[in-house]
Design a protein around this ligand. Structure first.
Ligand code: ADP
Length: 506
């Protein structure tokens, strides 16, 4: 692969960094300790800015503000329509700052600018509008009870939510987690990943400008074991939502259990299979397989393998296997890696040195375990964290590259003969986030979709996300759903109200 270095002649203006402090109770403030940490540009490995390092004391202040905003403030008490109107204003303000936000995610997270501008940030605005539209449609049921009673249920906001966010989609994740909570009438503390704190602080400012009341949306930048852990174990947080690694998910659940038994939802790792059957159009299937692990297509989000639902295990039926491998090798060359600000780039750098090293060590492991490197396998350039799109063939199911979530542009290719074998291999993982099926045969598609234990099945497509369509994990990929009304219901709890009817013996 070749590296485009569009830095110098890039038409994109580098954003000025306006917000680097914590956002608590409607104001930007320093951390109690006064400490800051560096956020790094993955294109160069250089420091972009120093950002306030929040810790337990800061989380305490933010939770106090959120608690008060929930217990006494207007947000949960106003009509859903009124919350919806503020959220729509919020979405409009985000849309007015698309370029600046896309540029922030490009330099902070290595996300392609063109993509952020055309897809990620506009999608975020529409996601907020989707939940704004749901805010006045939250209702319970009327119950005809068996005795002389009548009952109804209320859906009430769960209270103070804590959102712990990963770095792979700083903007999308911020709102996949906070927008349904806002619509529900919750108040919240958001902790962005330490690698990508910048856009989150920008969103805090825009929330303020949109009229989200003080204390409703607080942002604490900082590290996981300090700020993140303080949220998970806080006695006054009612719900913690986490998206990230399975190991940390386990810690979040433990912290919730040993503190106040707060509700937990977890969206964790994946090792999703893509099953390609003999009747598939090989050319299209090869495109889909590359898309599935590199995640880059017009009108979808993009992400250099750094996505939990990546189709990183590709199973191809034997009749088309050889032809498929040939096509894949040719097509992988089109995936030009380069500066995310350059419109010619199809893949940006990995987010940080740690990820970069981890991915390269998996690649080395794959080679040592006896898999064949079909293409890629090396870092690119002499600065920043760029890696070639990498495909392994001759992968055995028990090799680490086939079992572990790599979170990078690395595909493991395997062969199968029958449908039963395909299903068995696809399910041979501790994860269950998503799966893809490529076939024209309806019976095959139906059988496989029902047999795979995963939260999303894409038939003849991949990464086909929509606001309306929830996604989340089976098995060790977690529980609770992002997107759709399922995500709104995560932030609501049901109260039953019962009263005797007229003339009853009560
Ligand atoms: P990844 O492995 O993809 O970097 P992590 O699961 O480590 O993802 O991180 C996702 C988010 O969880 C980040 O915001 C990180 O700061 C936070 N985090 C990491 N460790 C902990 C922890 N012990 N408690 C709470 N949050 C944590």
């Amino acid at each position: 692969g070749s590296l485009i270095n569009g830095n110098s002649d890039s038409p994109v203006k580098l954003p000025t960094i306006k917000f680097t402090r914590l956002f608590i109770n409607g104001e930007f403030v320093d951390s109690v300790s006064g400490k800051t940490f560096e956020t790094i540009d993955p294109r160069t490995g250089e420091v972009i800015a120093r950002v306030a390092e929040g810790d337990k004391e800061d989380v305490d202040l933010a939770v106090r503000a959120a608690r008060q905003a929930f217990d006494d403030g207007p947000w949960p008490r106003m009509t859903g329509a009124a919350r919806g109107r503020i959220m729509i204003k919020y979405a409009d303000l985000i849309e007015e700052h698309i370029e600046e936000l896309a540029a922030l995610d490009a330099i902070d997270a290595g996300k392609l600018f063109s993509q952020g501008k055309a897809v990620d940030i506009p999608t975020v605005a529409n996601l907020i509008r989707y939940y704004a539209g749901a805010a006045d449609k939250i209702h319970g049921e009327t119950l005809k009870m068996s005795r002389e009673l009548q009952g109804y249920t209320l859906r009430e906001p769960i209270g103070v939510a804590g959102h712990i966010i990963p770095w792979n989609f700083p903007s999308s994740m911020f709102f996949m987690m906070s927008a349904p909570a806002l619509a529900a009438g919750c108040t919240m503390i958001v902790k962005p990943a330490e690698q990508t704190p910048l856009s989150a602080l920008f969103y805090a400012d825009l929330a303020n400008k949109a009229g989200v009341p003080a204390g409703v949306l607080n942002v604490i930048t900082g590290y996981g074991p300090t700020a993140g852990a303080a949220i998970a174990s806080h006695m006054d947080v009612d719900k913690v939502c986490f998206t990230g690694s399975t190991e940390v998910g386990r810690k979040i659940m433990q912290a919730a259990a040993t503190s106040n038994l707060k509700q937990v939802s977890l969206e964790l790792g994946g090792k999703s299979p893509l099953l390609i059957f003999d009747d598939a159009d090989v050319d299209k299937a090869a495109d889909l397989a590359l898309l599935g692990v590199l995640y880059n297509k017009a009108n979808t989000l993009k992400c250099k393998g750094e996505i939990c639902v990546a189709g990183s295990r590709v199973f191809v039926q034997e009749g088309i296997y050889d032809e498929f491998v040939k096509k894949l090798k040719e097509k992988a060359k089109d995936w030009v890696v380069g500066d995310p600000l350059d419109p010619r780039s199809r893949l940006g750098p990995q987010v940080d040195k740690q990820q970069f090293d981890k991915i390269l060590s998996y690649i080395e492991h794959g080679k040592r375990e006896g898999a064949t490197l079909l293409t890629g396998g090396k870092p690119i350039g002499n600065k920043g964290y760029f890696i070639e799109p990498t495909v392994f063939t001759d992968v055995k199911e028990d090799m680490m590259i086939a079992t572990d979530e790599i979170f990078g542009p690395v595909m493991s290719l395997m062969k199968f003969e029958t449908i039963e074998e395909a299903i068995k291999k696809a399910n041979n993982t501790k994860y269950g986030l998503a799966a893809g099926i490529v076939t024209k045969n309806l019976d095959v598609a139906n059988t496989v979709s029902r047999s795979i234990r995963a939260g999303t099945i894409w038939i003849n497509c991949y990464f086909a996300f929509d606001h309306d369509c929830s996604y989340g994990g089976y098995k060790m990929s977690g529980f609770g759903r992002h997107l759709g009304l399922e995500a709104l219901h995560k932030f609501l709890q049901v109260k039953s109200v019962v009263t005797p009817i007229y003339n009853s013996p009560w």
